[in-house]
Design a protein. Sequence first.
Length: 143
Amino acid sequence: MVPSDVARAYIYRLCHEIGANADAIYNAKTAAWYFAGKSTTIEVFLTSFQSGEKERTFIRCFAPLCGIPTDTKRKLEMYQAVLEINTQKPGIKLSVTSDKRFLCAVSERDIDGMDYQEFLTIIKDISFWGDQLSDFFKKHYNG
């Protein structure tokens, strides 16, 4: 099996284990699976790019945390918190969507050689930090 097929099999296995239907939570338009967390929704998808002569595929997980404040001072305060959190919380990074409307937690890994336990760790990390940080940022910066 090619690595992307293995990653898809892991997604289907996880869905089976948690009682979800992988086909029902898959969105063909975005080519992503959507898992409901406590405070946020986790988007899981595969993305590939060419690295020299080799194509690399990553599993990427996004958890929207909150909207970006429109007030410049609040926005700068939020970005300061983001930079600090990026150095404190292992397994995730925080980023802004390309349209700059949402702050997201992101977890990703090259799927080459990934086993099921590593896959679960990525999903558990993004779920945990997505819920924790969503609550934090909504409380402090979306009020």
